[in-house]
Ligand binder design. Structure first.
Ligand SMILES: O=P(O)(O)OC[C@H]1O[C@](O)(COP(=O)(O)O)[C@@H](O)[C@@H]1O
Ligand SMILES: [Mg+2]
Ligand SMILES: [Mg+2]
Length: 351
């Protein structure tokens, strides 16, 4: 019995357009981002042979980005690949990146479109030199009507305004995970053919889980409700949660979230006293929002520990937020710990 014909990303997007879920411009935009990810995947795959490992800048003069972080060569290269690929397509009005201080309108020499693209060109940078999965994360918004040269303020739209989001993981296989607001779907790169093929239509995150992902080395800096929440999980079945939990932490958000979309779990990067003044560690616009859209479309949940992440009003392009996402019931439990603590201590829910 012959196997069903494989569905390429191109065919999948054309079917989404026929279903009225996306228009031709958004379809082309996603195709262009996917092609850029293929180019990044090749560079990542070459590793030391491609001279792409290590820090950008020169010895003694590291190249520091708007986050105050030393850029890796692959952070810079991936950013350039995405900028070049998206400049001339005619479906964008502007783009913004983790690696750039401000957004950029599409140059006047090129036709302009109605969408805004935000991306984390290389996620999991601390894992680049040690050959652990890294990725690219992207989010798509509409450009406000009548705006031809968008500036940072035009990007400041809540996560609920996203029309598409996705990530690409560069691991043992290269995978693209995508939503246009009608479920979350996974594609695997067929390296021989050079195209993404649909491998999971309609990913579903189990509502319950026994697996959590958090950088426990930050425990002493956590808020009291987070200490309690993780302490109760670590207490196992003898403890208040009545079940044993396992822990995973890859330190590449794309890899940790991909595991959760595939088999469930909860991922969190909570507020702690080290990052409190910044509002958190992870960035709302090109990390938390796209991942939350993908997770919610797969039946999961995403909060800041206090409020739904997709409802957060952005105040800056590189705004940071606490993140809890994954299996619905577990995220609700983690959020309850924070809300009950706030209520008991007369604290009003912040972001
Ligand atoms: O080093 P830590 O504290 O474990 O943090 C790891 C987190 O930081 C990140 O690497 C931040 O992203 P970038 O690599 O894009 O800066 C996430 O991918 C990951 O979840
Ligand atoms: Mg990142
Ligand atoms: Mg990054």
């Amino acid at each position: 019995m012959s196997s069903p014909p494989s569905v390429s990303l191109t065919r999948f997007l054309i079917e989404e357009e026929r279903a009225g879920h996306i228009n031709a411009d958004l379809r082309l935009l996603i195709e262009v981002v996917a092609r850029a990810c293929k180019t990044i995947s090749i560079a990542v795959g070459k590793g030391a042979l491609g001279g792409v490992l290590g820090d950008a800048g020169t010895p003694g003069a590291a190249s520091i980005n708007v986050q105050g972080e030393a850029q890796k060569k692959l952070d810079v290269l991936s950013n350039e690949i995405l900028l070049e690929a998206n400049a001339w397509g005619g479906h964008l009005a502007g783009l913004a990146s983790e690696e750039m201080d401000h957004s950029q309108p599409i140059p006047d020499v090129y036709p302009r479109g109605n969408y805004l693209l935000l991306f984390d060109p290389l996620d999991g940078s601390s894992n680049i030199d040690v050959n652990i999965s890294v990725g690219t994360i992207f989010s798509v918004l509409r450009c406000p009507d009548g705006v031809t040269h968008p500036t940072d303020e035009h990007f400041l739209q809540p996560g609920t305004a996203q029309v598409a989001a996705g990530y690409c993981t560069y691991g043992p296989s290269t995978m693209l995970v995508l939503t246009v607001g009608h479920g979350t779907h996974a594609f695997t790169l067929d390296r021989e053919v050079g195209s993404f093929v649909l491998t999971t239509r309609g990913m579903r995150i189990p509502e319950e889980t026994k697996e959590f992902a958090v950088n426990v080395s930050n425990q002493r800096f956590w808020e009291a409700p987070m200490q309690q929440y993780v302490g109760d999980m670590l207490a196992g079945k003898e403890g208040p949660r009545g079940k044993d939990f396992n822990m995973r932490w890859v330190a590449s958000m794309v890899a940790d979230v991909h595991r959760i979309l595939t088999r469930g779990g909860i991922f969190s990067y909570p507020l702690d006293s080290k990052c409190r003044d910044k509002g958190g560690k992870l960035r709302l616009m090109y990390e938390a929002n796209p991942m939350s859209f993908l997770v919610e479309q797969a039946g999961g949940a995403a909060t800041t520990g206090r409020v739904r992440l997709l409802d957060v009003e952005p105040t800056g392009l590189h705004m940071r937020v606490p993140v809890f996402l994954g299996s619905k019931q577990e995220v609700e439990t983690a959020t309850r710990y924070h809300r009950e603590h706030d209520a008991a201590h007369g604290q009003v829910a912040a972001a």
